[in-house]
Design a protein around this ligand. Sequence first.
Ligand SMILES: Nc1ncnc2c1ncn2[C@@H]1O[C@H](COP(=O)(O)OP(=O)(O)OP(=O)(O)O)[C@@H](O)[C@H]1O
Ligand SMILES: [Mg+2]
Length: 487
Amino acid sequence: MAKVLLGIDLGTTNTVCCRFDNSIDFVKFRGKDLLPSVLYYRDGKIIVGDAARKKAITYPGNVVFSSKTYMGDDEKNWKIQDKEFIPTEVAEEVLKEVVKEAKKAYNADECAAVITVPAYFTSKQYRETEKAAEAAGLEVIELLPEPMAASIAYGIDENKDQTIFVIDIGGGTFDVSILRIEGNEFKTIGVDGDRRLGGDDFDKVLVELCLRQLRRDFGINLSSQEKSGLDTILYKQIMRKLQFESEKAKIELSVMEETDIIIPSLIPRENGAINFQLHVTRSEFIDRSEELIDRIESITRRCLADSKCSVTDIDKVILVGGSSNILAVRELVEKIFGQSPYSDKDLSKLVAIGAAIKATGDKTLIKNKTIKVTNILSHSFGTEVVNDRFSIILPKGTEYPCKLSQTYTTVVDYQSSVRIGIYEGEDTENINNNFYYDEYNLDGIEKNLAGIPKIEVTFHFDKNKVLHVYSKDLKTGANSNREIKVR
Ligand SMILES: Nc1ncnc2c1ncn2[C@@H]1O[C@H](COP(=O)(O)OP(=O)(O)OP(=O)(O)O)[C@@H](O)[C@H]1O
Ligand SMILES: [Mg+2]
């Protein structure tokens, strides 16, 4: 049985599949290196990719875009005709298409892959990605943070030790990481990001400008379907056209000072359809994107501060992801770091290349380097304490495998049992803003006044990303443990 080793960048907008076998090549989807992460469903048939994207205008209610930003969100699903898709299922369908084409391209019966995920994904989102991959028939070698993959693709060509800052802005997620490359070792020093910030938000800036013009010139309010007075399908069709054309204009503004958004017959009317036209300059686009640029800036600075790095510690800044072509992003990087960013010719493929190298890298020597990767926790793990507060046991940024303990006590006299709730997140004041994993009771604790019993809770995050929780009453010796595969 021939098995092919792949690197897959499962992106919000585009999925890229790369194979490294002395040289780099990409699996082709309808002749292209990028597979749009778009799903279309109608009358029992699923289509993924470019063909699905093309259906979006005619059948706006049958198409799912940017589902990755909702990965792991239990509330989110898309109801299309008789079916309901959750984000994990959309990812599964995209990956099935990848598997199908990869098997064909490499004449393989099996595919094993390193799949990349945003570094700032929660453990639940890692797990959902893995589930989607397994359901698609992939053997998952590893889930690799996207900035780590980019730094491998980049670092493999450079034979010097250095600290790099990776900024990855794709279609829906924003990730930053500080990595140290020493010989063959790639070590993560800092991770931060925003799981809901990317190119889609910059498209919305231009869509907003279009809506403003339509309101002003034609008195049409498209801010919601109800306000527009249009039927659902027509409303969705118009909004999709505006989004597609706004995205095109946004990309043009990366190389041009100004452009036009032109959509003939955008809105049908009795006295003739509206032919839409809007002239937009780059400076207007940048002005209106200020809030997004500010968010990028504050997260970048927070990552430096939290990792106790100053800009002078950074040897190189690497830009990854299609949205880092936006000039305002490049200018921001120069402003913060005082150096121009390194950007590969093809920012959309760097992550898949790194993943493909990693897929083979453990077994093959590449330029005399066997890659060794050290990762850190991108979010904190801890337990619930009184008044809905969150007590962190394993702080964000800790290199793993790691094992740390905290001692707690009781709040009620003669309490015989305590509840151990297991959570991930950063909100110490209100645990409900963090992600809940599991809970259990530790029984048989010392019967005494509140504040006297001593209960030690230990969290051990092992190299396979399994969280082991141990709890023990230090007096009675009563103990109880839990094991959770968090990633
Ligand atoms: N030249 C350009 N200028 C501005 N934006 C661009 C340019 N080229 C691509 N984009 C934008 O980049 C985004 C897609 O980038 P990319 O393929 O890196 O995302 P992704 O990997 O699918 O998403 P993510 O990493 O968030 O999961 C889209 O929003 C697209 O409009
Ligand atoms: Mg990406």
